[in-house]
Design a binder for this molecule. Structure first.
Ligand SMILES: NC(=O)c1ccc[n+]([C@@H]2O[C@H](COP(=O)([O-])OP(=O)(O)OC[C@H]3O[C@@H](n4cnc5c(N)ncnc54)[C@H](OP(=O)(O)O)[C@@H]3O)[C@@H](O)[C@H]2O)c1
Length: 273
């Protein structure tokens, strides 16, 4: 038990709860925070339980910040667990999302994780142990309208993880996906949205889908439940390749498994808009 864990995106939500949960289970947690002025909630929650959580500045889109945070964690001892959690949602239909914003979405949700992995995985591989846990989403397994940037970035993270399981598995390093449904965090507040322009063909569907997700977020799974799944992935002797979290995620993924493509599309239309 124990060892060093490095978690990205810990100022709030799933990252904050994951940092606390891993520390409760004996890890020394390097908790990445993009803007240290926003580390207050994490620091006070960790302080209240006297947990070993060390906030470190970490913007996953900034190469020097990634290098510095990874090097600091590695100086502290071998990194046993890397949790790639930092992320946000970009809403807007494919035709209308500015390409630059689509690229920024990938810079954080996908390339940010790749950058962290490239810094930390070599030491895990050389040591013959370690776990890389990528926070994906049910949106990494199924598509729906008005969020192609977010969905594609999470599909990419899923593909990356599947490939890396073959590459790193023989070296004793587990690559694991955590796939929550809707979770009650700041996620919808932090989300960026491309408003459909006047006369857009997508105004109505955007309002229905994004409005529906906002309502679902109010009833979302608590972030602490996702954190417990991450902690299981980090500590179970034989971790699963994927941890699905939340009844909504379970329901959608079961439907995906049991239906053909056309039937599943009809199901999503009925459920979401
Ligand atoms: N909430 C959901 O319904 C849900 C469902 C499935 C998956 N997820 C995934 O869970 C992860 C965490 O989201 P959350 O729900 O906990 O939302 P959140 O409360 O908004 O937390 C997102 C975290 O990511 C950080 N972040 C954003 N861009 C970053 C960057 N460039 N570098 C470093 N940190 C960055 C944020 O930092 P700042 O405070 O500086 O913005 C914040 O700490 C995301 O990957 C998200 O896609 C969420």
């Amino acid at each position: 038990m124990g060892g060093v864990a490095l978690v990205t995106g810990c100022s709030s939500g799933i990252g904050l709860e994951t940092a606390l949960e891993l520390a409760r289970r004996g890890h020394a947690v390097h908790a990445g925070v993009r803007d240290m002025a926003r580390a207050g909630d994490l620091a006070s929650a960790a302080g209240a339980e006297s947990l070993d959580v060390r906030p470190v500045r970490l913007d996953v889109t900034d190469a020097s910040s990634v290098r510095d945070a990874a090097e600091a964690a590695l100086r502290d001892g071998p990194v046993d667990v890397l949790v790639n959690n930092a992320g946000y949602a970009l809403f807007g239909c494919a035709e209308e999302v500015p390409l630059g914003e689509m690229r920024e979405q990938f810079e954080t949700n996908f390339f940010g994780a790749v950058a962290m992995i490239q810094r930390v995985a070599p030491s895990m591989r050389r040591r013959g142990s370690g776990r890389i846990i990528n926070i994906s989403s049910v949106a990494g397994r199924i598509g729906f309208p008005c969020s192609p940037a977010y969905v594609s970035s999470k599909f990419a993270l899923e593909g990356l993880s599947e490939c890396m399981r073959y590459e790193l598995g023989p070296h004793g390093v587990e690559v694991i996906l955590v796939e929550p449904g809707v979770v009650k965090t700041r996620f919808m507040e932090s989300a960026r949205a491309t408003e459909p322009p006047a006369g857009s063909a997508y105004a109505e569907i955007t309002q229905k889908v994004v409005g529906g997700i906002r309502m679902m977020a109010e009833l979302g799974t608590p972030a602490a439940e996702v954190a417990r799944a991450v902690a299981r992935a980090a500590t179970e002797p034989a971790p699963q390749p994927r941890y699905v979290v939340g009844n909504d995620a379970g329901m959608f993924l079961e439907a995906r498994r049991s239906m053909g493509d056309a039937e599943f599309e009809e199901y999503i239309k009925k459920e979401l808009f």
